[in-house]
Design a protein around this ligand. Sequence first.
Ligand code: C2E
Ligand code: CA
Ligand code: CA
Length: 729
Amino acid sequence: MLTTITTGALTPDKREQSRILLVDDQLPLLESLQALLRINGYQVDLATSGSEALARLEKNLYRLVLLDLQMPVIDGRQVLQFIRQQQIDVEVVLVSGESSFHSVKEALRNGAYDFIRKPYEPEELLMTVSNALEHYWQSRQLRQAELSLHESEQMHRFIVNNSPDFIYLLDPHGIFTYVNDKVEDLLGYKRSELIGQHFSKLIHPHNADDIYTLFSEHRAGARATQNIEIRLLVNEACEQVKCLENAELIVELNAIGRYENDAMGQRTFVGTLGCARDITARKRSEARISYQAYHDLLTRLPNRILFNDRISQVFAHARRNNQKFALLLLDLDRFKLINDALGHALGDLVLQQVSKRILRCLRAEDTLCRFGGDEFVLLLPDIATKEAVTAVAEKILKAVRKPFKIKKHELYLSVSIGIALYPLAGENKDTLLQSADIAMYHVKAAGKDGYCFYSDAMDGSDSTFLSVERDMYLALENDQFEVFFQPKVEPVSHVIVGMEALLRWRHPEKGLILPGDFIPLAEESKLIVPIGHWVLRTTCEELARWKQQGLPDLKISLNISPVQLEQEDFVQIFIDTLQEFDLNVAMFEIEVTEQGLVEGQTEIVQRLRQLRAYGVSIAIDDFGRGHSSLSYLQDFPVNTLKIDRSFVREIEEGQKKTCVVDAIAMMAKGLNLHTVAEGVENLLQLDYVTNLGCNEVQGYLFGEALPAQDALNMLNARPAEGPHFILPD
Ligand code: C2E
Ligand code: CA
Ligand code: CA
């Protein structure tokens, strides 16, 4: 009867995996042993000699060898030696008849686990086998655990040393006990140079004291240092990190306190574990981004956002110290022309050079900003006197006037500067900017290339005047003006003999504005000069178009302000423009008011004579309205009198007042002057002025001033008979 035994710890599947080799030169003994083990669930192989045993063991299939010590040729000791040398993973139990203590002791010393003496009791043998296998599996598990522990430690070491971050351990006194390899790349120290050193070696003295407590963090958990930005000192002696700016490294720090239980079971602080991430690159790109957000990239000057920031600082400072400061608005003159003619790339170079020149005129505390386009704003803080601002403005004007050499071009520029002084011209940013803007347009209107203080500009006029002036300037730049045409008619035939060009302002918000509402302001600011040039050009353009369409020459009247006639180059520009469009000078008549002539200096009369000599007719507009003496008519080169519409308006049935019109008509006849009645609104008035012998009439009866295209359509309405009116009976 063969014994079976249930062993405790060895599970059935472990038992199945536990293949056993029986080694003995006595086959019968082997076979009975094999039977005993098999019946107990083991897999068993046999070897009847030492050499057979070695051959089988080499395959490493066995977890246990039951080994007879006494065998011929190769005995049990040699097998044991082989197992040890080959490091075969197997447990050995000796089965021996030899009872000599010495042999067994030696075998146990050589790595055998246990021994059992022949003849054996089956229970004893099974128990020994089971224990040996139990031991085998346990020690194998332990070895595995050791192996994986070793591996994971290696892995951690690898991770720590290959981490892009600087990782450190401090002892409770702040001495480095560990730093990872990265410290060499990042800070330029060898590990050995830091270990044993106090961490203050790495902390910049500029850092506040709290950085010390953060770096050697004692707190653990959520309150520990998290993502705190600090600067670490790099080893300046190290070549590799020399390129770093300021010899410091910006890092983001995470650190926690480490605690262990001491012998008494008390939690004690054992140091700090920290991890510092290099964020230099991130900081650089952040710096670049914020630079881009606050600067104009073309000129590298502060932009509007940074200006807002600076001006609020300047305000705060000025208020606190009761100081004045100046805000200057600078706008390049005719820059658009350069841009259009030479291209944007060249225009950009101009802006760069201009900003450099202006900067050279400034103190360190002044701020020059670019607001876009050719517009710059300059802040001059802490200004003692107005003269100090004047000096800067004049310096800038002079600097910009010097020719610019850009690529092959030599360019001449100028700048218009509007100046607002705090607190005189405004107490907040917007009003100051607005004041400077108005003052700047005043400079533009008065001929550009200069400066003007807002307070000066206000002398004798109110601020709405100034903002209209600014608007008019912009209207000219933005093509908001238009020329309308009103027909002049021969009173008997009703044939259209001429047109008067009348200016209109199509304002984007206010709609159509009539000249009475802005011409006086344009005259006062001298903006009428460029506006007048524009009217002349636009009218000529239109006439050239009419001519192209085959229309006969008409008499064209242009209203000319005395301010225009004061300009030295008026006649030249007038005649040049007509020639440019290839128009007949004799078509043109200019209308000048009495007022303008009476006040006019001899130069004006001189210019009118020149125009006459070229063939231009001269008409006195609004004749009779002023209280002027009529004597001047003999001295002036006048062709036509336009009877003011206020007199025509008074022509009513049976009224006596009309005698003024009669008197003017008679006098004109006497002086051999052409007469035009303006403001003719009804047939009664038409009859009356016709009977007086007026040569032409103009008024709502025939038509009001029309946009150019409508006027052209009107002229084209009766192609067979030529342009004329048919009035209802
Ligand atoms: P003005 O030269 O006496 O022009 C005649 C004005 O009377 C025009 O007003 C015209 O629309 C208006 N009108 C025409 N027919 C009648 C009518 O039957 N009844 C009434 N009640 N009015 C009539 P507008 O266009 O508003 O021009 C006003 C003034 O502005 C002009 O008076 C002229 O002195 C000035 N002006 C117009 N265009 C220019 C210009 O291009 N340059 C200059 N320097 N002054 C201009
Ligand atoms: Ca007129
Ligand atoms: Ca008139």
